[in-house]
Design a protein around this ligand. Sequence first.
Ligand code: MN
Ligand code: MN
Length: 276
Amino acid sequence: MTLEKLNNNDVALVGILSDANSSFKRGAAAAPEFIRQALHSGSANLCSELGVDLAENPCFVDVGDRQIGNDPESFLAIENEIFEIAQQGALPLVLGGDHAITYPVLRAINRAYGSVNILHFDAHPDLYHDYEGNPFSHASPFARIMEEGLAKRLVQIGIRTLNEGQRVQAERFGVEIHEMRSLDVNSMVLDFEGPVYISCDIDALDPAFAPGVSHQEPGGLSVRDILGIVQDVPNRIVGADLVEYNPSCDINDMTAMVAAKLLKEIAGRMLLNASL
Ligand code: MN
Ligand code: MN
């Protein structure tokens, strides 16, 4: 599928095979292949719970993987690939890769839409100024995003690793953090004004649901928690990512299936809200 065929409000599934900025374990670059395999395995149909059948919907387009270099300097290439999708009015749904890719993806979204609201699921705030000397580490994307003013609001859900340094960063940037220890998903109200970008780090989930991540952090969200929040987003969703799935840490591909489920529900919500 060539990018020229994208239409306004298409959801464009795109893989970014990049894990060069992972601090602990590599392997997330292999995720898109496994997620697609789970999605098309025949185990389940491609219909979202809200009734959007991705198998039948001509606005759901898989544009394949972007073959960019897997090195820390590939960010400009990622930004340009995603901007090429966004400038056509299509809505990129990005499969990582590690979480470092969200920074160049948000730069592309910002070029197309200005600053957006970010709904961010993660065990980690990813706000380190730099991690072990790397300012583009997968532990730092939201520091870069907030410094550059790419986000109108950053709302983080599922956080359970907040240390003092990142607490200072969160206050500096006005990040709205819903820590896991006091989270009540049923009373959560999403009151964004304007377009939303969803960034979903698979390690937001409890490792019992999603063991296939580089940083297993116990005490996390359930799959249902994330599905429920995504299904309730009332705004246009101009882009999304699913990052940090690491097939080399998985058990029986169960996390690949979780990622495929999240993909279906996020894509379905994006398509339902596309004309808002
Ligand atoms: Mn993350
Ligand atoms: Mn994380």
